[in-house]
Design a protein around this ligand. Sequence first.
Ligand code: ADP
Ligand code: ADP
Length: 227
Amino acid sequence: MAITISNLSKTYSNGYQALKNISFDIADGDLVCLLGPSGCGKSTTLNIIAGLLDPTSGDIGIDGHSIIHEHPKDRNIGMVFQDYALYPHMTVLENVEFPLRVGDHRKPKAEAERIAHRYMAMTGIEEMADKKPGAMSGGQQQRVAIARALVGDPKVLLLDEPLSNLDARLRLRIREEIRRLVKSTGITTVFVTHDQEEALSISDRIALMNQGVIQQYDVPQQLYLNP
Ligand code: ADP
Ligand code: ADP
């Protein structure tokens, strides 16, 4: 699904303007990185797309349809956070099937489990179905979070610094896994990072942000980056 972000602004209640009229389009199936230093407005943008935060003005369209007034749970967007945000008292299987077991379109237990197992196999955690997140490594927990984000066949996948808590070796590995998963499912993806090398290696296009504006939006090869 294509995403259209039009004239998006956000001023927080303390008067700080975190986003200053940003606009860009994401093509169907593209993996776009929002790249920029801490505090430039990346998470604000992602949270507005997810519906976790209301913009002050502007619009977001998915396949030409405005979602700005849709409730987060009606947007069908998958999200992955830096700190995994798994339910600690639930097993891996229960975490992954959770989105299929709540809401208006909940699936019967057996069907939810069957679908969950498919996504657990895709992310390489099928063997850990009965474990609790606390007994798993960071990389394994992030694979659970990715499976949970994808299990509802979302229109869009949003990842907020998903690799930042992992060691260097795992960062490389899981970013390649994410790229492969995104390309094999064809899901339109927005990936937030402050790491240039990570953005250059994973993206179809990069939105370079600074102080609430987008300075450049281009394919990695065309991006001008300060050394
Ligand atoms: P809103 O504009 O959405 O009402 P609030 O000022 O009520 O925002 O803050 C919402 C949350 O964000 C609070 O938990 C607050 O601690 C946190 N917060 C406030 N200021 C900042 C900041 N400068 N950076 C990050 N988080 C902040
Ligand atoms: P990034 O994800 O690029 O690190 P954020 O989108 O989290 O940036 O934050 C953008 C700016 O808005 C920062 O200066 C941050 O301190 C501020 N900010 C974030 N949340 C709040 C809030 N709830 N209230 C006030 N300011 C906030």
